[in-house]
Design a protein around this ligand. Structure first.
Ligand code: KMH
Ligand code: ZN
Length: 279
């Protein structure tokens, strides 16, 4: 199988940790809903899933037993690359976030610095970043570096200099744009961040929060990047039009990709791109 330059990795982030089930009943929060969502998003064109889970009361949890069961269920029911969030919610302790790797995902998110997150703070001190990174190397989990700000690009440079390449040897980053407190979700910011990426970066994707979703997607497609979409990041298709299912967001970027002559990658191609190991 060849990795053609026009291939597009679509990651779906279906749930997140910020939206409540009460406010958004269509948010997939149970395991059954997550599996159904994953299957429909894979059918629509996604190749990787970025997973946050919820407890029986639909609240964010990092319970390792639940995470392990989730990884297994997604592997049984889909071929998607399974990426667990180590960001969790802004309220999760750092030690619980390190334990996420006990669930043995294919990939994990790894945020490259502390950022203001609306009225909250998303805490990622340097010692936590390096502990998580070295753990991902030991456990053979491929990190996806989440960059919320240009300063996070510089931190990635520092991390690679001090601790070498990730497990698998590929460096995949995701620009998370438009968080209140992070870099804006604009085409200009996409260009600035991409131009600053370390030379070791082998692939990058971008996601724009809320209204910035389309500007970021179009800019990323134009600049040769990959895309993350999902209800973690945006809850409306247009002003006043709620997303009813994550597969609508995947389908929308598949349609944009068609216009841009970019072809959605299948999960097997994504595994080659990211050099994840199918467990
Ligand atoms: N929920 C945010 C505070 C990640 O998944 O790694 C962090 C987040 C990033 O979603
Ligand atoms: Zn997340």
């Amino acid at each position: 199988m060849s990795l053609t330059a026009d291939g597009l990795l679509i990651t779906v982030a279906p749930t997140g940790a910020e939206t409540s089930k009460q406010d958004c009943p269509q948010l997939p929060t149970t395991l059954e809903e997550l599996v159904e969502t994953a299957q429909r998003c894979e059918a629509a064109g996604a190749a990787m899933i970025h997973v946050h889970i919820r407890d029986d009361d639909h609240r964010p949890t990092l319970d390792v037993g639940r995470l392990t069961a989730t990884v297994e269920a997604l592997r049984e029911s889909t071929d998607l690359v399974v990426q667990l969030s180590t960001g969790g919610s802004v309220h999760d302790p750092l030690e619980d976030r390190l334990k996420v790797l006990d669930a043995a995902p294919d990939s994990c998110s790894l945020t490259m610095g502390t950022t203001n997150f609306g009225d909250d703070v998303f805490l990622n001190p340097w010692p936590f970043i390096t502990d998580l990174y070295r753990l991902s190397q030991d456990r053979e989990v491929v990190p996806e570096f989440e960059l919320f700000d240009l300063g996070h690009v510089a931190s990635l440079r520092r991390l690679l200099d001090k601790h070498g390449l990730p497990y698998g040897g590929r460096v995949h980053v995701d620009l998370v744009m438009g968080v209140p407190g992070g870099m804006p979700g604009t085409a200009d910011a996409v260009v600035a961040a991409v131009n600053a990426l370390p030379a070791e970066v082998t692939s990058w994707s971008a996601t724009g929060i809320g209204r910035s979703t389309l500007a970021v997607a179009l800019a990323a497609l134009s600049k040769g990047g990959h895309l993350r979409v999902g209800m973690e990041d945006v809850l409306t298709l247009a002003k006043g039009v709620p997303v009813e299912h994550n597969d609508q967001l995947v389908q929308r970027v598949v349609d944009l990709a068609g216009i841009a002559q970019r072809r959605p990658m299948r999960p097997a191609e994504a595994r080659l791109l990211l050099q994840t190991t199918r467990r």
